[in-house]
Ligand binder design. Sequence first.
Ligand code: MLT
Length: 267
Amino acid sequence: MFFQTNGLRLAYEDRGTGLPLVFLHAFPLNRSMWTPQLAVLSQQFRTIAIDMRGHGESDAPLWNFSLEHYADDVCALLDHLNIPQTVLVGLSMGGYISLAFSREHGNRLKALILSDTRAQSDSADGRRGRFQLAQTAFSQGSAAVADIMLPKLLGPTTLQTKQELVAYVRSTITTSSVSGIVTDLMAMADRPDSVRQLSTITAPTLIVIGQEDNTTPLADAQLMAERIPGARLAVIPLAGHLSNLEQPDLFNELVSRFAGELQKGTL
Ligand code: MLT
């Protein structure tokens, strides 16, 4: 399915009924990374996954955007679907977008699930790395980006034992557009520090982290859990940065329990 916002055509999937959960994907993937979640959680909730601008079946405009623009796209999707409030499930870049959404559209947020992400902005080194990766994407294409990103996205256990998943992540990155990749890199490099914002978040929050995540490690998750009032923290064993794909059953169980409590009104 598609909707239009600010002259862009963006793609999304909408399955199930009940409490709405909107899933925001990682860099440089697309909504297909949430397939194991929509397949199971749509039996209990309304599950919606969006291709962020530049990814999957969404338009890939050649321009410089901020993560606030991505958050506005999510809000436009809620308007399109007449959803007053949602649970956001954001992984990594999806988590950065969730934090931007919480700043810009906090009244539309019912709860937050922040997975394998961080509140800090990029360091100077981190920003230089983004610039270099953008130049690699431009000069060598998306396949070169896949080579660099695979060991950052997947934990050692997955890299050794789940070749189908490794192949899926590689092919998804390889088919990503260079403009989408570069737009994300610029937006992430320019994102503000959100650490001070954490103590102002009033939405119930669950933090999820793969035990083998070296890209946004446990300390980043602990910082968010300590600063967001009442936040819960869950660590998923034998998973790296893409914890929802590496251990989908455990990830689904965590979301199901947390969102189930919200749906019953016991959280
Ligand atoms: C992601 O998975 O979205 C990225 O690794 C996030 C980042 O590069 O900061």
